[in-house]
Ligand binder design. Structure first.
Ligand code: FPP
Length: 241
């Protein structure tokens, strides 16, 4: 059994952390392995970081697992990632033993019936947990999400329930996949890329960012602790002074 790393003293922890799990492909390539081995290794990091988030008292943690743009990857890589979801959703059920609530965001219509059924089942069985919610973004795109929300409002205008002038930013927020989940405070992106890649673009309006060159499969619990400690040093003004 791996040695438990002591919980660090933290000034403050973000309420909602977003993680862009990047660098799996490069991790595999460096070892002369097919990219899917990198994703498999990435799942181990994902599981360890989810547990750590609960230990650190983080209320919400969202992982970007598959974007609306990721379908453009070679067929065998997409199939391998989908297979990993199906296989690991059973394992994600371990989180239920650890009292972690599981939610999914993204457009489910393109996913297999088996995967969708597992997603619903996992959400249902964990919905009563209140400490930490782990949100997995699958077939998720920020623009796609905003487009869905706007369509809902357009239908409400069409049927006369609301008037165009009544539309507020809160009404858009409430119609996103994240609905009742608070905005993201802190986005961690490993692997050296310095971009958001269509991840929670609405919810990240006032987010802080943490970038590191470490590839996702190599990202450890201590690296996560370090990233969270860094958040405590930030001064957030939300547009004020
Ligand atoms: C980005 O690395 C990673 C992905 C697009 C897939 C991430 C998916 C997983 C870790 C599997 C998740 C499964 C569960 C159950 C959470 P990349 O392939 O873009 O890496 P590269 O930039 O080095 O090519």
């Amino acid at each position: 059994m791996a040695k438990e790393i002591p919980i660090p003293e933290l000034i403050s922890v973000p309420t909602h952390v977003g993680v862009i799990m990047d660098g799996n492909g490069r991790w595999a390539k460096k070892r002369g392995l097919p990219r899917k081995f990198g994703h498999r290794e990435g799942v181990k990091t994902f599981r360890a970081i989810t547990r750590r988030a609960k230990q650190l008292g983080i209320k919400y943690i969202t992982f970007y697992a598959f974007s609306t743009e990721n379908w453009k990857r070679p067929r065998d890589e997409v199939d391998a990632i989908m297979a990993l979801f199906e296989k690991n959703l059973d394992a994600v059920k371990d989180f239920i033993d650890e009292e972690i609530r599981v939610r999914f965001i993204g457009d489910r219509t393109a996913l297999s019936d088996t995967l969708r059924a597992k997603m619903l089942d996992t959400e249902e069985s964990s919905k009563h947990f209140t400490d930490t919610t782990m949100i997995l973004a699958i077939n998720y795109g920020g623009r796609d999400e905003i487009c869905h929300a706007v369509k809902k409002l357009a239908y409400a205008v069409k049927d006369g329930t609301i008037q165009p002038d009544d539309i507020t930013t809160d009404m858009i927020t409430e119609r996103l996949y994240t609905e009742d989940i608070p905005p993201v405070d802190y986005i961690i992106r490993p692997s050296g890329e310095l971009r958001l890649s269509n991840f929670m673009i609405w919810q990240a309006a006032y987010a802080e960012y943490y970038f590191t060159n470490i590839l996702w499969p190599d990202f450890t619990v201590s690296d996560f602790d370090k990233a969270i400690a860094d958040f405590g040093e930030r001064s957030r003004r939300f547009g004020g002074v």
